[in-house]
Design a protein around this ligand. Sequence first.
Ligand code: AMP
Ligand code: MN
Ligand code: MN
Ligand code: MN
Length: 284
Amino acid sequence: MDRMMNADLHCHSVISDGTLTPEALAERAKTNGVELWALTDHDEVGGQDRALAAARAQGLPYLTGTEISVTFAHQTVHIVGLGFDAHNRALVEGLRRTRGGRSERAQEMSDGLSKVGIRNAYEGALQYVGNPELISRTHFARHLVETGVCSDTSEVFRKYLTEGKPGYVPHRWARLQEAVQWITDAGGMAIIAHPARYGFTPNEEYALFSEFKAHGGRGVEVVTGSHSSPEAVRYAETALEFNLAASRGSDFHSPDESRIDLGTLPYLPGQLTPVWELLADRIQ
Ligand code: AMP
Ligand code: MN
Ligand code: MN
Ligand code: MN
């Protein structure tokens, strides 16, 4: 178990906004040479038992996972949790509360879109949803691509679903401290997901990392499908500066949409402590 391990500790199934089942993901991970896998659906652990059973069937070592939406400094930050007890009451209940409000938000997004002539987007997005409690912007994006409004999902986000655009509705997610505590108290490790994606000022980013550590957070994603290689180098330095373990995950959502497939990332850079070294006794 070293940094040269093909661990893929971040991906999504139909239980959140991915397009494959946990079983199909386990099979794909195995085929692509993944040596340690975690399914990390947004704000949800409902797929964990299926993912573990599917990993076992493939002979694939598994860590439980989730990706929690958090509001920090008026922005949405994602916290990955790994190696927790997926049946922990406080975690399950906290995630359930975090999912609440997604339907209302989706209705408001649809109202915003109808003002620019895009009708019935809520009903359209619902057709792509696997888990009714987890309607997300991704499902709207798929609907708008399928109906020809845009040619790909990134165009949908750029034109309709990001701040200042007609389908964007600000939302209040969990607090950083609660997300870190739910994961940690359930025996797992909290990890800052894809830090380069947030567009924080240096001061805000420093505050995120310091508060995260103060609450008991222990890791950061360094090699991820949403980082360029210079960004991975930059956050390798941040991991050392804050004495955080380093994680690696594709953030795979769909064979048709994701740039990086399961198990196809570069290895972690040297000197870093891989999160799986600290989670060795949580691997199933
Ligand atoms: P939500 O939790 O409903 O706000 O949706 C967030 C999800 O939208 C993320 O987990 C990504 O899967 C997806 N997403 C966010 N920004 C983009 C983007 N620029 N292009 C494609 N997908 C995106
Ligand atoms: Mn997503
Ligand atoms: Mn994310
Ligand atoms: Mn993700």
